[in-house]
Write a protein that binds this ligand. Structure first.
Ligand SMILES: Cc1cc2nc3c(=O)[nH]c(=O)nc-3n(C[C@H](O)[C@H](O)[C@H](O)COP(=O)(O)OP(=O)(O)OC[C@H]3O[C@@H](n4cnc5c(N)ncnc54)[C@H](O)[C@@H]3O)c2cc1C
Length: 511
C-alpha cells in the first residue's frame, strides 16, 4: 500500500470513501456474565472467516471450528454454576455478576482471588485451551485502570482514556470474548530488527477522517480470533520512536464482524474424531488466524492510542497490563504442568514402571518444574503491592521468571512424555476397533499390567494428543511463542533485574 515515510495525513489520496469499510460502536447495557448459548448466538454475525480455502458461513457449525466454540460455551456456562461462580465471578457495584478477571484488585487478597479464578478456568481444560477469555480481560482491566497513562495520548476531540473506560465497561457488562493481535508480519528480518515495518504488509493508518482512522494491512496472530466477539489491535512491543513509525502506532478494538476485517485460519487440528480418539483436539481447538484489514474504519471512540510510537512502546509495561497477563499465564501453566505430572504418573503406574529409578527420575524433573511454577506464583501473589493507578499487582519478578522459563519447560515436558511413551504413543487402535472384527485382538493385545486394553488405549491416545499429534505440536509452539519472541522477553528480563548491587559485590571482592 503506502510507504513507511508517509504520515496518516499524507496518504489520504489513496483511499477513497467508497473503498472504506465502516462499523458502528455498539453500546448495549449488558448485565454481566453470559450463558454459553448467548455467546454462540453472538458468533452468528456475518464475520468473515476463511478456512480450508472457503469462507465460513457460521463458525458455530463449521467442522474443525465448531467444537472449540462449544467448549468455550460450556466454560461460560460454568460461570453460572454455584460450584464455580464465587471463584470465577464477582458482584459489581450495580449488583451484576461479572467475570473475576475484570475485577480491579485493591488488596493482596483481591490478587489472590484473581489467581484462584485464573487457575479454576485453566483446570477446566487442564491448560490445553490456553486462550480463555480471562487472559485478555486481565489486560483490559489494567488498561482501563491506567487512565492517566492513556490520557497523555489524547488527540483533538478524542478522549482515549474515556474510550478505554467505556470499552472496558462494554466488554465487562456484556461478557465479551476478546482476542488480540500485536505483531506485524515481517518480510525482512533486517528491517524488523531495526524496528521498522514493511509498508507492504504491516497494519498501518492510511487515512484520518472525522469519524475515525482507516487502517489497512495485516497482523498476526489472533488465537481464538474466529471465536471471539472483539479484537484488540494493540501496539507491537518494539516500536521505534521515530516519525517513520507514526502510521504503525495505535491501539484500538473492533467487533470481529466489522466489514473489511478478514481472518484466515491455520489448518484445524480437530478432524472430527471422537473424544476417545482425539481427547484434546476434539475439545480444545482454539484456532489461530492471521487478520487482514482492508481499509477498515476504526471509529474514534474505539481508539485508545494513536500516532505516538514512544507511548505505544511503553503501553503494556507502564499500565502493568503485562503483569496481570503474566499472572493469568502462570496460573494456567500451573494447571497444565499438574496435568502433565498426572498423565506421566498414570502411565508409569499402568506399566508398573512407577518403581523404576529412571522413570521416577524423569517424572521428578516434571514435578520440579511444576513446583517451580507454583513457588514463583505464590511468591508473586503474597508480595502483591499497590501500583500507581491504585490497583494491587502481583510482584513482577517471580511471574516474569515463570513466563521466561515455561517456554523452555514445556517442550522438555513433551520430550519426557515421548521418552516415557515411546511406541505406545502410536500403538493406538481407534475406538471403532473395540467394536469391529478386531475387538477380541485389541482387547487381548493392548492390555497392561495394571490396565485393561480400552483404558490403556485411552490413556496413550491422550498422551499422543499431547506429545505427537498436530494438536500437541501446536501446543508446544504456542508455549514457545504466544507471549512474544523468547529473546526479547529474556532481554527485557535482564534489563529489569536488580543487578547493580550484585555487580558491586564483585567489585568489592576484587578490591
Ligand atoms: C500458536 C501461536 C499463537 C499465537 N497467538 C498470538 C495471539 O493471539 N496474538 C498475537 O498478537 N500474537 C500471537 N502469536 C504470535 C507471537 O506473538 C509471535 O509468534 C512472537 O511474538 C514471535 O514473533 P514471530 O512469530 O514474528 O517470530 P520472529 O520475530 O520472526 O522470530 C523468529 C525467531 O527469531 C528470533 N528473533 C526475533 N527477533 C530477534 C532479534 N531481534 N534478535 C534475535 N533473535 C530474534 C525469535 O526469538 C524466534 O526464535 C502466536 C504465536 C503462536 C506460535
Amino acid at each position: 500500500m503506502e510507504t513507511l515515510d508517509q504520515t496518516p495525513q499524507s496518504v489520504d489520496a489513496n483511499v477513497s470513501d467508497h473503498d472504506t469499510h465502516t462499523t458502528s460502536n455498539q453500546q448495549t447495557s449488558g448485565r454481566g456474565i453470559r450463558t454459553g448459548a448467548e455467546y454462540l448466538a453472538g458468533l452468528k454475525d456475518g464475520r468473515e472467516v476463511w478456512t480450508r480455502g472457503k469462507r465460513v458461513d457460521d463458525v458455530t457449525s463449521e467442522p474443525g471450528i465448531a467444537r472449540g466454540a462449544a467448549t468455550l460455551a460450556s466454560f461460560l456456562d460454568r460461570q453460572h454454576d454455584p460450584k464455580f461462580r464465587d471463584t470465577v465471578t464477582y458482584e459489581d457495584a450495580d449488583g451484576d455478576r461479572c467475570a473475576m478477571a475484570y475485577h480491579m484488585p485493591k488488596s493482596v487478597e483481591d490478587v489472590a482471588a484473581r489467581g484462584r479464578s485464573y487457575y479454576e478456568w485453566a483446570k477446566w481444560s487442564n491448560g490445553m485451551f490456553g486462550r480463555t477469555p480471562d487472559y485478555k480481560n486481565a489486560s483490559l482491566m489494567a488498561f482501563a485502570s491506567a487512565t492517566d497513562f492513556l490520557a497523555q495520548g489524547t488527540k483533538g476531540q478524542a478522549d482515549f482514556a474515556s474510550n478505554m473506560t467505556a470499552f472496558y465497561d462494554y466488554a465487562r457488562k456484556n461478557d465479551k470474548v476478546l482476542t488480540h493481535t500485536l505483531v506485524n508480519p515481517s518480510v525482512n528480518f533486517e528491517l524488523a530488527a531495526s524496528g521498522k515495518f514493511s509498508d507492504k504488509v504491516a497494519l498501518q493508518v492510511v487515512k484520518e477522517t472525522d469519524a475515525g482512522i482507516i487502517v489497512n494491512g495485516a497482523r498476526l496472530l489472533a488465537t481464538l480470533g474466529p471465536l471471539s466477539d472483539e479484537i484488540e489491535v494493540f501496539p507491537s512491543t518494539v516500536l521505534r520512536g521515530s516519525d517513520d513509525n507514526i502510521p504503525f502506532a495505535f491501539a484500538f478494538a473492533l467487533p470481529i464482524a466489522t466489514p473489511g476485517l478478514k481472518l484466515i485460519c491455520r489448518d484445524t487440528y480437530d478432524h472430527g474424531k471422537s473424544h476417545f480418539d482425539a481427547p484434546l483436539a476434539s475439545r480444545y481447538e482454539e484456532m489461530d488466524a492471521v487478520v487482514i484489514f482492508e481499509n477498515v474504519l476504526v471509529p474514534w471512540e474505539r481508539v485508545f492510542m494513536y500516532g505516538q510510537p514512544e507511548l505505544c512502546n511503553q503501553a503494556f509495561n507502564t499500565t502493568n497490563a503485562v503483569v496481570h497477563m503474566m499472572h493469568q499465564v502462570a496460573c494456567g501453566k500451573l494447571a497444565k504442568s499438574e496435568f502433565m505430572v498426572g498423565l506421566m504418573c498414570a502411565i508409569a503406574k499402568a506399566t508398573g514402571r512407577d518403581k523404576d529409578l529412571h522413570t521416577k527420575g524423569m517424572i521428578s524433573e516434571v514435578m520440579m518444574m511444576t513446583e517451580t511454577v507454583r513457588a514463583l506464583l505464590h511468591s508473586s501473589e503474597v508480595q502483591a503491592h499497590e501500583d500507581e493507578y491504585g490497583n494491587f499487582i502481583p510482584l513482577r519478578g517471580p511471574i516474569d521468571t515463570s513466563r521466561n522459563l515455561f517456554p523452555k519447560m514445556y517442550p522438555r515436558m513433551v520430550e519426557i512424555l515421548q521418552l516415557l511413551g515411546s511406541s505406545s504413543l502410536v500403538a493406538t487402535p481407534a475406538e471403532a476397533d473395540f467394536e469391529n472384527d478386531m475387538a477380541d485382538d485389541v482387547a487381548q493385545y493392548f492390555q497392561l499390567t495394571n490396565l485393561e486394553s480400552r483404558d490403556r488405549v485411552a490413556l496413550y491416545r491422550l498422551a499422543h494428543d499431547v506429545a505427537v499429534s498436530g494438536f500437541g505440536s501446536r501446543q508446544a509452539l504456542y508455549e514457545r511463542f504466544f507471549f512474544g519472541p523468547p529473546a526479547l522477553m529474556a532481554s527485557a528480563y535482564y534489563d529489569m533485574y536488580q543487578k547493580d548491587e550484585l555487580v558491586d559485590r564483585i567489585h568489592d571482592f576484587l578490591k
